[in-house]
Each structure stands twice: as C-alpha cells, then as structure tokens.
Design a protein around this ligand. Sequence first.
Ligand code: CU
Length: 237
Amino acid sequence: MTKFGSLVLSAAIFALPVSGMAQYQGGDVKDGGSISGTVKFKGTAPAPKKLDVGKDREVCAKTPKVDQSLIVSNGNLANAVVTITDIKKGKKIETKKVTLDQKGCEYSPHVLAFPAGTTVTIMNPDGVLHNVHSYSKVNSPFNMAQPKFKKSMDVKIDKPEVVEVKCDVHGWMHGWLVATPTPYVAVTDKSGSFKLTDVPAGTYTVEVWHEKLGKNTQKVTVKAKEDAKATFELASK
Ligand SMILES: [Cu+2]
C-alpha cells in the first residue's frame, strides 16, 4: 500500500468510533428543563450474594462484601445508568476528573459514568497491590498494576463505551466505567433515583442500562424550566 493510502486508511479507522461524539454539539442551554425519576426492579430481588474474600483479608475483609451486580431496596434499583440517546445539542461537555476508589478492595462507585474524554483517577488507599484490568473494545484496553505505594493513577477514557473493569489480584473486584457521547448521564442511587439537568425543551429517547437487567427506553418530553418525570421498570432476563 502507498504511504498515502495507509494514511487515509488509518484516518478512517480513527474517525469511526468518535463519529457518535462528533454529532453532539455542546453550548449554552437557556431555559432548560430536567428529567428525573426512579428506576424500579420488577419482581422480588434475591438478597445479594456474600463475596468470598480469600486474599489480603486483613485489609479486604475488614468490611463484609456483597455482590454489587444487583442492588435493590424497596423495589428501587441502584447502579442503573440513565442517558439521553438522541440528543444532538445541549449543555457543554465538562470533563472534570472523576474518582474510582478501591478502598477495602471494592470498586466505589460500582458503576461510574461520565462523558467520554474524562480522566478517571483510580485510588489505592489500602496499601495492597491491585491490578486494574479493563475489558474495553472501542477504547484501548488497559491492564495496570497498582502497587501498594501507588496511591493513585489516572486513565483517560476517550470514546463512548461501557467498560467492564476487574482486578486480577482480587477476583471478586468488579465494576464498570461508562463513558457517554453526551453530558446527559446519571447513575441511580440506592433509592433508584436519577436526575438529568439543563436539558433543552424537546422530546427525547431516554435509556436505562443495567449490567444484569439490560436496557429499556422511553420517550420523554421536556418543557422549558420544568421537570419531566420518568419511571422505568427492569425485570430479570
Ligand atoms: Cu484488587
């Protein structure tokens, strides 16, 4: 292949994954409204499994660990990610640093969501070795040892993707980094609540994603300076 040809090809490969991002235009939002609501779990959720902490117990077993992959309280679902999938224009993307903690050998938060282009600071306050391993396909995967003396390290997630993260030292450690093409993203708290703010008036597709329960969408109409309510319900697959 000619030099020119390979340049064109590599430019095309580079351009593909970010095309979704390029479509979004950030700016000032005047008289924006919001979308808030609750994500519910349909049915009776099993009690979360206790995790077997078989390594570095003096640090990792200080607090009991339970499987975070399905946390439901009073029918409300935690750790669900809510986004607007078809918004083309809205508030500016601010890529402030966000933090993923590993205190007590557990990822906290279990699901961390942010706009693509954000730098994630991964903390290691416990003084044990972790190995942070990402299972990304769109972004370059990382596999980084974090020795006990390395209190923090940064990793930038450039492109929109749901990235699974595991620790190769502690098999029970498992979490998610969710990078979105727009700034409209929220993760439900223990009460299943979420809120997306500064949304320009209009009708949008709002999507909820949960690691175990999958996706669900609904159309939501936002009026200027008003809060639109949306309730989602996800069931076991
Ligand atoms: Cu670890």
